[in-house]
Write a protein that binds this ligand. Sequence first.
Ligand code: NDP
Ligand code: 8X3
Length: 258
Amino acid sequence: MSQLMQDTIVLITGASSGIGAACAKIFAGAGAKLILAARRLEKLQKLADSLHLTDEQIYLLKLDVSDRLSVESTINNLPPAWSKIDILINNAGLSRGLDKLYQGDFQDWEEMIDTNIKGLLYMTRYIVPGMVERNHGHIINIGSIAGHQTYPGGNVYCGTKAAVKSITQGLKQDLLGTAIRVTSVDPGMVETEFSEVRFHGDIARAKKVYQGVKPLVAEDIADVIFFCATRSPHVNINEVILMPVDQASATLVNRTGN
Ligand code: NDP
Ligand code: 8X3
């Protein structure tokens, strides 16, 4: 195991699956200390077991980022050895449905807005003050190409990711004068549980999203996140947009593969 990140505490939200879980693996490989958060503790536990880390190297949080009071008490009550977070990866997020806006499901809207916008804000609000006090830290938000381009049926999800883009820019401005870094990593199509969640567990419909395409995999995004986190301290990577070679925009996808 490399020791590039020894004594660096990395908190990853949405670490029970996909991009978050891949981030846990790559940062663990560099010797970072991990705080992994998600609602499905059993999945976090499985991931932790596979990483073979000691209790001094990994700390699991069963946390719903959309529950402000829970975020407040969880972050404020972190054991002292875990409270000085160096890197916050705001990755927890989801899409729900592809309905036309005027037919949209209210619960789907609430869930996307509460998780992707408010959850990211709560984590940021409770963790960044400590970074400011220490004049040290890095916030990496996971946006999406959906925050740059709206596609049919994407309406509210795209709106939440456009909000992430604005919030990332605003945070960078508000931290000017400190040594804290702020980055947005904005992927196109990545094959994870994302589409299964979008279609409420309809696996056949989820699979169709990636039919004939070679999509990105979670490890591709973790790799870019890790790159952003390991530049010289005076370098801030503001925004990275990445897509599969088979994708040119949210709606232009080459599906001639197997
Ligand atoms: P996954 O569905 O595989 O992972 C999403 C993660 O978010 C899960 O670990 C889930 O954990 C967690 N999560 C969801 N809601 C909450 C919540 N309220 N509180 C805490 N954790 C929560 O999808 P991805 O890995 O693909 O998604 C990660 C991020 O990447 C999201 O922000 C997504 O919008 C973004 N993204 C994804 C793309 C893609 O094509 N896959 C492309 C661009 C961006 P649990 O259910 O256990 O709480
Ligand atoms: C996920 C990518 O294009 O499905 O944010 O919105 S997309």
